[in-house]
Design a protein around this ligand. Structure first.
Ligand SMILES: C[C@@](CO)(OP(=O)(O)O)[C@H](O)COP(=O)(O)OP(=O)(O)OC[C@H]1O[C@@H](n2ccc(N)nc2=O)[C@H](O)[C@@H]1O
Ligand SMILES: Nc1ncnc2c1ncn2[C@@H]1O[C@H](COP(=O)(O)OP(=O)(O)O)[C@@H](O)[C@H]1O
Length: 281
């Protein structure tokens, strides 16, 4: 029997860098918006661990799916295996959290397949050791986040169509965070304040000026989407750019007009992750 589960994308609707910890990691405030579009993972019970992920370059052992499965085995002492097939749709290094979401789906999927009975708190704790963005996908709710992204307050955001433009460049998160021109002193805000309509315009992505300076394609993508869809912003540390849309049809039209080197997708926002809906159903 095969268990097939989604690994949804996220957008950072804004991303403020508010400080830097003694260990060099940056403190941030962000709004994680989950989307109904993403990768798919297929889990089939087996004696050994095997990963089939043609869309992700590099060794299987470095894949976050593999690392999540190994971590779960080590943490629980479980000796069961699994064959996992990863159907990759999200751009890697695109700021839409594909790798982190794949890891979260693996943790929840194997917790179910191997009948481990770990709680969401335990799984989120394990996820955090794989990456700062993994806990939000484990918990499965759009959320305001603080710290390095691990202090989560779930929020109900208005449902919205989004266009996500992938300018085809891979941004290493560390390259943005180590840039000398990155601002690290945005004043700390509150959940209530960021959710107010009046405050919305003042929110931004502090990584955006650095990313558009380092990557001309990101600058060009921001200009293109700004012209075609109005206010546009970068997600995470890039490279994807997004804009809110009045309808899916607007997004389909934009897809047809995209310059040849760029890709994109149209997605609807969701407050509850499609992964959690699938596991509940
Ligand atoms: C900033 C976000 C927002 O979603 O960017 P995206 O990765 O989604 O683009 C994430 O929290 C990213 O978290 P995560 O994806 O775990 O970061 P990693 O790749 O592990 O970080 C690579 C490097 O960036 C730096 N780093 C990362 C996160 C952080 N809060 N402060 C940092 O200074 C560290 O030097 C780290 O070694
Ligand atoms: N399953 C995976 N999918 C995508 N990237 C992965 C995966 N496992 C490991 N990686 C590595 O993690 C990096 C960041 O992946 P990803 O989460 O897609 O980017 P971002 O954090 O910018 O959204 C990739 O460049 C890749 O080297």
């Amino acid at each position: 029997m095969t268990l097939s589960l989604p690994a949804p994308a996220k957008l950072n609707l804004f991303l403020h860098i508010t400080g830097r910890r003694a260990d060099g990691y940056h403190e941030l405030q962000t709004l994680f918006q989950l989307l109904d579009h993403g990768d798919s993972l297929h889990f089939t019970a087996a004696d050994e661990l095997r990963l089939d992920s043609p869309g992700v370059p590099g060794r299987a052992e470095d894949n976050l799916v593999w690392r999540a499965a190994r971590l779960l085995q080590q943490h629980t002492g479980c000796r069961r295996g699994v064959h996992i097939r990863l159907e990759k749709r999200l751009p890697a290094g695109g700021g839409v959290g594909g790798g982190s979401s794949d890891a979260a789906t693996t943790l929840l999927g194997l917790n179910r397949l191997w009948s481990l009975g770990l709680s969401l708190d335990e799984l989120a704790g394990l996820g955090l050791s794989l990456g700062a963005d993994v806990p939000v996908f484990v918990r499965g709710r759009s959320a305001f986040a603080e710290g390095v992204g691990e202090r989560l307050h779930s929020v109900e955001l208005p449902l919205q169509w989004y266009f996500v433009l992938d300018p085809g460049v891979h941004v290493a998160t560390g390259k943005i965070f180590s840039d000398q021109q990155l601002t690290r002193n945005t004043p700390i805000s509150t959940v209530a304040a960021v959710l107010e309509e009046a405050t919305w315009k003042a929110l931004r992505n502090d990584c955006e000026p650095v990313a558009r300076r380092l990557f001309p394609a990101i600058d060009a993508a921001l200009k293109w989407l700004g012209t075609h869809a109005g206010e546009s912003r970068m997600t995470g540390t890039g490279s994807c750019i997004f804009a809110a849309l009045p309808s899916r049809q607007h997004g389909e039209k934009l897809l047809a007009q995209l310059p040849p080197d760029w890709k994109g997708f149209v997605a609807r926002s969701c407050n509850l992750s499609p992964l959690h809906e699938a596991l509940a159903g």
